[in-house]
Ligand binder design. Sequence first.
Ligand SMILES: [Zn+2]
Length: 326
Amino acid sequence: MNFGPSQVKYETITCNLCQGKDHKIISKKDRHGFRQQSVICTSCGLIFLNPRMVKDDYDLFYKTDYYRRIVKEYITLHHKSASWRLPNTEQESFDSARSFGLALILRVKKHLQSGLCIEVGSSSGGILAAIRETTGNPVMGIEPSMSECAFAEKLGIPTAQCLFENYVSTKSSAANIFGVQSMNHFLDPKKFFLWAHENLRDDGSLIVVVQNFLTMMEKTRSVRYATQIDHTYMFTPTSLQNFVRSAGFDIILFENWKDKKIKKAGLTTHHMLIVAKKNMHTPFSINSIDPKSFSNDYDLIKRYMLSGFVRAPIKFIKRIYRQITR
Ligand SMILES: [Zn+2]
């Protein structure tokens, strides 16, 4: 089974949050060099890849080692002297997630309910291990990767090997639902929120940790370098809160992790945290979108589009230099 970028099929999509068809292009390439366009919806400000690979091609992209290989090549080029690297094994991935989970639970513990904790996109089970250790609650993971599921199960973390849409449960049975660093990868985030609303108890908590697109843009001083082909949707503080409110949740905690203290606490400075509770509204039945969402975020993005245009030749020369000297 091989993934060939020249053979993939693309689809044009409407906005996942507001179904708007109008958008502005913010980047034509992603950080890894793929000709992958990113756009911002002019109605609600949601940022997403469009056109994007069809579902079957995304499946193949992850199942083969193609994705891991291009990420490794990118890291070799851009983090030559840095100690930073991706976890190589499931054990490393588990250890890193567990340590992140321990720090996360310290921040959200008072909002958690007693009972079943489900994590969507639970990988090797590190976050769930941290939840079980610190709260004593039963845990359950949902993870499509067979090898990661098998690793989690070996450590006694119950994990359903499937997409969350296919997970059969007793409705409204979860005390807490976690989505930690997984929302950027969903092909249909609206479906995730609908699923969470249906599977969460009335008093339960939804905990979401997701990358902040604006922080990534500030850190890399570029719009393009804040986008990547596996991040089908990208969220800003405004668009994330728009989504959560529209899905029938009240936000009880929002944190934009930009502070240096966050790093010392074992977390990451380019993510945001939301804790939310279900309200009485049917998901996506009322308009909860801040009308200034698009204009505020797009004004910021435009500044970085301009500076990226000026800096592009310098970046190109630096990249060529790294390639010939590595
Ligand atoms: Zn929209």
